[in-house]
Design a binder for this molecule. Sequence first.
Ligand code: FAD
Ligand code: SF4
Ligand code: SF4
Length: 492
Amino acid sequence: MKTPEILDREAREILKTIPENPTAKERAAIPHQDMPQQDPGERIHNMSEVALGYTESEALVEASRCLQCKNKPCVAGCPVGIDIPRFINSITKKDYSGAMSVIQESSLLPAICGRVCPQENQCQKFCTVGKMHKNVDEAVAIGRLERFVADHEKDNVKLPEIAPETGKKVAVVGSGPASMACAADVRRMGHSVTVFEALHKMGGVLSYGIPEFRLPKSLVEKELSKLEAMGIDFERNVLVGRTRTIKELMEEDGYDAVFVGTGAGLPKFMNIPGENLISVFSANEYLTRSNLMKAYDTEHALTPYFHSHRVAVFGGGNVAMDAARTALRLGAETVDIVYRRTRDEMPARKEEVEHAIEEGCNLKTLSQPVEIIGDENGAVKGVVIRRCELGEPDASGRRSPVEIPGSDYTVDYDTVIVAIGNASNPLIKKTTPEIETNRRGNFIVDENTNETSMKGVFAGGDIVLGAATVILAMGQGRKAAAAINAYLEGKR
Ligand code: FAD
Ligand code: SF4
Ligand code: SF4
């Protein structure tokens, strides 16, 4: 792995060779710029961000690779339709504030999405340069460029103008990316907005789920402070459905409309013997202790954490990678990621899997945990694993795992982290039966307005989509905000 210094030096040399107006052929021959990152040996001993971000030279070289395609195939791959060639063109002219303005026409959280968007399956998947090289890894690094612009302009962001006060009140339930986007767009129209969050910290998964080493919490706090500066009120430790119901918010507290962005925070379990043993955690609990309560900062931590030596993480998605990499940083000697298919079928981002392996996590693929074994104190002692092979593709299009009879073996562990997915929390559904849900408990909404079956109540993000992505949640929040603004206009 090249050091950040070498990568920057190489970029500066390449810059000198790029002609003023390169032809398409010359652009396509410019080498793709790797992301500078912390050395794996060092980074497992700290919580700081792994990917360090492009330097200006690296960003200028990478931006020069863009062909400025007239048909903009990359834009069709971005769920919020950022005008990608236009912002990249501004980078090549070193007009970074212009680039930021273009991004902000469509996205409210570029510093966050530039870091965590699964770009290789979205904008970059459709990039012509990647197609020319027949390799999506060679696509223009749109996400990294977006992050570069957002980081470069972090102190130059102007707050949006707020229309004169309308006297209308909107309650936003939950404070993840769907709610943050919705709150901002509703407030811009002059409506009063209060965000109710069950936890003591705002930000949803951005704060409690995604670890500091992938998404620094200072960035999330900065975005939240912008919302506060726009006049949005934050009410912490309010569990809607328990503290106040949606009906009470509307009928007694005078809210004219409600947006529900409560996410998918209910961890799923495997339902295998031994899941109730001490030192079996859901990934949610494990990550929340570390992220939200800073368990890794042993001197100041608000919560203790379990000192693990041998950890098994069940699952193959981003959440599993985050939990495994957190366990390493919290001092575990061995971390095995136990997954029933192969590496090719893992739903986690390729980059996250690579980072986990670089850091020393072991992939135990084609492996199905069938039982967790306890010791005399009721704590985890090991896991019985059954070998699998790949069968026919299932509904998701991925080849399904088929267990091999008689192949069970036991591995010693002292900690198990279950990261096999999350469902929606049933509390609001239970206390507000007027809101229709599907069999998975997700809210059913009108696809154009995101309004639920209860008049004046809108919803978006993971509570509608099931566990999805930050950018999709943000897009849903904005769509719902437009509909709420129109709804309130009609109520005047
Ligand atoms: P959330 O972010 O889940 O926020 C919901 C908020 O509502 C929470 O703060 C919750 O406490 C609050 N809440 C719930 N019920 C109530 C209630 N009754 N009253 C008041 N408040 C309530 N996506 C990516 O794009 N890239 C990634 O790399 C990525 N990594 C992830 C890693 C982890 C560990 C996890 C868990 C998810 C990851 N995701 C990733 C998914 C992404 O974070 C979610 O899709 C996104 O955050 C959903 O946003 P949301 O606003 O719908 O809900
Ligand atoms: Fe790509 Fe995500 Fe940025 Fe859209 S928001 S351009 S999908 S990185
Ligand atoms: Fe640039 Fe790729 Fe988009 Fe074409 S598809 S405009 S090369 S980012």
